[in-house]
Design a binder for this molecule. Sequence first.
Ligand code: HEC
Ligand code: HEC
Ligand code: HEC
Ligand code: HEC
Length: 153
Amino acid sequence: MSGWLKDKGHLARMAGLFAFGITAFLVFRWLMVPAGFGLYGHYRAGALDDAGARPLHYAGRAACEGCHTDIVEARQGSRHARIGCEACHGPLIKHAQAPTEVKPTRPDGRVLCVRCHETNPWKPKGFPQVKVADHSDSGPCTACHKPHAPKIS
Ligand code: HEC
Ligand code: HEC
Ligand code: HEC
Ligand code: HEC
């Protein structure tokens, strides 16, 4: 054996190593990439169905407003009008689907308000906030403020 091919054993081993590596990669990829991957982009298409199958918790403001037109009226012109119903009332899709069977409890007219309105220097300046301890006694805020239209005068 002579000339440039005299050491071809090295090349054969190298080629074998590459062939093994590439095969291993292809097998691994075939095992690990889930079905539907790449159908709509760089994600698993079935994830959309999985997300769609999860139970809903919120009905959305439009649903509430369809039935509770009196509350819509009460909120009109108030600064609370833009807040979603379920931000205060919690997730209520079960009530929206069967209003008389699932009756929601009324939110606590103090705990709820304090959650958003207690003074906190991190809140934007224009956001209405009070030092709760100075502003009121320990009773409900709703003794003075109507929850759907809280401005008093
Ligand atoms: C399909 C019509 C309908 C939809 C949609 C609906 N409600 Fe109701 N809701 C009712 C009816 C009717 C009652 C009265 C139930 C009763 O007294 O048995 C009620 C009662 C309530 C009560 C209790 C009132 C009380 O007197 O204590 C609250 C609070 C309430 N709904 C909030 C909501 C919110 C928030 C939504 C949106 C997530 C919503 N509702 C969606 C019809 C509806
Ligand atoms: C800022 C918080 C807040 C938002 C936003 C809010 N509510 Fe209320 N809601 C309350 C509180 C607190 C009560 C309980 C009042 C009480 O116990 O006197 C209440 C009571 C109710 C009641 C019982 C009847 C009544 O007139 O008091 C209904 C029905 C109701 N809300 C529906 C709605 C609907 C529908 C929306 C959205 C259009 C909504 N609420 C938005 C805080 C809120
Ligand atoms: C989810 C948060 C949230 C909750 C809960 C909440 N509020 Fe508010 N409230 C707001 C926001 C946001 C504004 C002002 C919006 C804006 O910038 O116009 C506001 C405004 C107000 C104002 C000023 C009204 C005006 O016209 O100047 C009062 C008073 C008030 N809320 C009282 C209450 C009371 C009482 C409760 C409990 C029944 C309550 N809020 C519950 C978010 C909340
Ligand atoms: C004894 C009656 C009374 C009670 C109880 C009460 N407030 Fe007030 N609150 C007022 C009055 C009066 C104002 C003056 C502004 C107005 O007309 O709304 C006011 C104003 C506010 C404002 C607006 C501040 C601003 O800078 O615009 C917020 C927010 C507020 N209250 C939250 C609360 C919260 C939260 C509670 C419960 C912890 C509560 N209030 C309990 C009477 C009361």
